[in-house]
Design a protein around this ligand. Structure first.
Ligand code: PBG
Length: 328
């Protein structure tokens, strides 16, 4: 009640604002995606994602070193194989690109949290996240076996966390069972539970080595952006029942209501995925001098945390960690 109550007292100067901050962003909140590609001496910038690169294994440590020095504690690998085929063999090959990246990083960084995205789309010639039947249907149950095989091989190569992003039904249970059967009971499953068929993944398709589907789209397995809280709750509930350890909401910015909904309904850590298109929009505007990149990124990440994210997968992770360090 004005004039007794004056909210501006809480904003009087920088120290008072700091005392009253409710959201504190730290490098511990971030998971940094890294793209690894077969070949030698490669550091390819993704044209639609300035500052994001595909690294060959002999160059990837440069980037991991930079991330670790900035205070990043977790990275998530995405792989680009030398060859793709109908059944996505590269995803579960013993000497697959992600398996090799995991083994190399596990040996070099014993404490770094290593995660790996589990999906077939980067490894299939048709670009779909599962097996395809003759009539073009994406087959659910036969795909589960390949996803589980992929997760087990990542775990054996050193992954602490496997993150299935394919959106087949029943995959969390399939992965959990396969991991446990191999004695990999300490490996976590981070479920892309609430994942939409989104236009915001556009730049990722280039980053992941032309992983766009060759025919059709992902709408029969990824969620419809016009679906709402009920389907999101149903998806997450199933993943929790099947044994997931983390719940991902993806994309992040257009789905913040669902981040808050997940936070309110589940006890698992909630992870938001600040996707490629969200990164590209900020980068494009910043490179044009239209926005202040540092301030915009930190404000966006603070917003994602306020919405209920415990963790944020973001291509801005290293920059943001360095900015936070500088601010002290
Ligand atoms: C693989 C996968 C995708 C992303 C993460 N894992 C692409 C897709 O589902 O189409 C998107 C990540 C991003 O846009 O940053 N299924």
């Amino acid at each position: 009640m004005f004039p007794q109550t004056r909210m501006r007292r809480l904003r009087k100067n920088a120290n008072i604002r700091a005392l009253n901050a409710e959201i504190r962003l730290t490098a511990d909140d971030f998971i940094y995606p890294i793209f690894v590609i077969e070949g030698q001496n490669i550091k390819n910038e993704v044209s639609s994602m300035p500052g994001v690169y595909q690294f060959s294994l002999d160059r990837v440590d440069e980037e991991i070193e930079r991330a670790v020095n900035a205070g990043i504690k977790a990275i998530i690998f995405f792989g680009i194989p030398a060859e793709k085929d109908e059944v996505g063999s590269g995803a579960y090959a013993e000497d697959g690109i992600v398996q090799k990246a995991l083994r190399q990083s596990r040996a070099k960084y014993p404490d770094l949290v290593l995660m790996a995205d589990v999906c077939l789309c980067e490894y299939t010639s048709h670009g779909h996240c599962g097996l395809v039947s003759n009539d073009g249907t994406i087959l659910n149950d036969p795909t589960l076996e390949l996803l589980a095989k992929t997760a087990v091989s990542y775990a054996k190569a050193g992954a602490d966390v496997v993150a299935p992003s394919d959106m087949m039904d029943g995959r969390i249970g399939a992965l959990r069972q396969a991991l446990d059967k191999e004695g990999l009971t300490d490996v976590s499953v981070m479920a892309y539970s609430v994942k939409y068929a989104s236009a915001f993944y556009g730049p990722f398709r280039e980053a992941a080595g032309d992983s766009a589907p060759r025919f059709g789209d992902r709408k029969t397995y990824q969620m419809d952006p016009a679906s709402g809280a009920r389907q999101a709750l149903a998806e997450a509930r199933l993943d929790v029942e099947e044994g997931c350890d983390y719940i991902i909401v993806k994309p992040a910015l257009a789905y913040m209501d669902l981040i808050a909904l997940m936070r309110a309904n589940f006890t698992q850590p909630i992870v938001s995925y600040n996707v490629s298109g969200e990164y590209a929009m900020i980068k494009a505007a910043a490179l044009n001098g239209w926005i202040d990149e540092e301030k915009t990124v930190l404000e966006m990440l603070t917003g994602l945390k306020r919405a209920g994210s415990d963790l944020i997968i973001t291509y801005h992770a290293v920059d943001a960690a360095l900015w936070l360090k500088k601010q002290g």
